[in-house]
Design a protein around this ligand. Structure first.
Ligand SMILES: *Cc1c(COP(=O)(O)O)cnc(C)c1O
Length: 395
């Protein structure tokens, strides 16, 4: 098929919910993608922070191929061989108590919100309200959207679920002002991705933990984008020394195989969801769990968190140098391999230009370039990215 035909077929047949860039990717290798013309692109987006192991990862792919030939699906009416392994691995790296597998990040958030309400219901404490944060993003289903603070996403779908209040991210007093005897959970991303790459301060994370402990409120961390070693800790909250009661994961946990999960402490597990309360047909099937178990195995044996801390520090340093020579850059912010470049103007033009020059970038809100490369990048890839970006910003 000619290149334009792939694009035309997509446009003609799908509901028009995405503004796509005019490129059709066909294959990937390491940190590079190739389009249908064979043009090579350096990838600093990783399919929106998903492909942590990059592309065509031999060990991951052979584990997946092996599982495809063994068994794809069973449903949750039965046990399977990989589900327990994947859950055990997630528990080991998170220190959480129990895991529930979902099919996406949004669904992990739905489950987390339900687990919190069920906990309050079981404790019979009369709590049902959620406190969420300004600039948050948790997904687009009705529950996840209800805790997402971005008017354009919300307005056409109102009324959303009742009992949600928004505090100002990194302003503990604004959280305290909303806490009352009805608050059942506080939900936040330790590092906001979609909202513009904003890291929580240590005081904020610690303060929220303290409020939750004092008031019988559950702390929910959305680690969907900032988790899985992206900040240099396996989960971003670990970098703060503050443990949530419930956490949501997705994106990189399956390295591109669509899978999410939420995890709860033993205490929440004991007083929360029971058989019949929640479920999913695909969730935690043999195939996706083979991806999760293998992903974590590879992260552990290659010391992925150490690698991210090293390359992330190098990336941050090079971005800082770039910002000193480039007047368009207002701020560099982020942790590890999730970095944002805030520009004076909307970044759409820069991103389009980069794509045409073989560099894949994405934005976070209109004025931030979001850098979330495959975690396997090396310093030479950072140098390559910086040289392209420097040239574009100089134009
Ligand atoms: C991507 C994302 C979600 C939604 O995950 P999906 O897999 O797209 O449903 C939720 N929260 C955060 C922080 C995300 O980055």
């Amino acid at each position: 098929m000619a290149v334009n035909e792939y694009m035309q077929k997509t446009e003609d047949n799908l509901v028009h919910t995405y503004n796509r860039f005019p490129v059709t990717f066909e294959r990937g290798e390491g940190v590079y993608l190739y389009d249908t013309d064979g043009k090579k692109y350096l990838d600093f987006a990783a399919g929106i922070a998903v492909s942590g192991l990059g592309y065509a990862h031999e060990e991951l792919n052979s584990a997946l191929k092996e599982q495809v030939d063994k068994l794809l699906h069973t449903s949750n009416l039965y046990y399977n061989t990989t589900c327990g392994r994947a859950a055990d691995a997630l528990r080991r790296v998170s220190g959480m108590g129990r895991v529930f597998f979902t099919n996406s990040g949004t669904e992990a958030i739905e489950g987390a919100l339900k687990a919190a309400r069920k906990y309050a219901w079981k404790k019979n404490n009369g709590r049902y309200e959620y406190i969420a944060m300004s600039n948050s993003f948790h997904g687009r289903s009705m529950g996840a959207l209800s805790v997402t603070e971005h008017e354009p996403y919300r307005t056409p779908f109102e009324p959303l679920i009742p009992g949600v209040k928004f505090a100002e991210f990194n302003n503990l007093d604004s959280v305290k002002a909303l806490v009352n005897e009805k608050t059942c959970a506080i939900i936040l991303e330790p590092l906001q991705g979609e909202g513009g790459i904003n890291a929580a301060t240590k005081e904020f994370m610690e303060g929220i933990r303290k409020i939750c402990d004092e008031e019988e409120i559950l702390m929910i961390c959305d680690e969907i984008q900032c988790g899985m070693a992206r900040t240099g800790a396996m989960f971003a909250w670990q970098g703060y020394g503050v443990r949530p009661d419930i956490m949501a994961m997705a994106k990189a946990i399956g390295s591109g195989v669509p899978v999410g999960a939420f995890a709860v402490t033993e205490e929440v597990a004991e007083f929360s969801l029971e058989p019949g309360d929640h479920g999913t047909t695909y969730g935690g099937n043999p195939f996706v769990c083979a991806a999760v178990a293998k992903t974590i195995e590879i992260y552990e044996k290659t010391d992925m968190t150490g690698h991210v801390r090293e390359t992330g520090a190098y990336l941050a340093g090079e971005l800082k140098k770039l910002s000193e020579t480039c007047g368009d850059i207002l701020e560099i912010r982020g942790t590890g391999l999730i970095q944002g470049i805030r520009l004076k103007e909307p970044v759409g033009g820069v991103i389009k230009k980069a794509l045409s020059e073989g560099l894949v970038l994405i934005s976070a809100r209109s004025d931030v370039i979001r850098l979330v490369p495959p975690l396997i990048i090396e310093k030479e890839h950072v140098d390559e990215m910086i040289s392209v970006l420097k040239r574009i910003l100089a134009d």
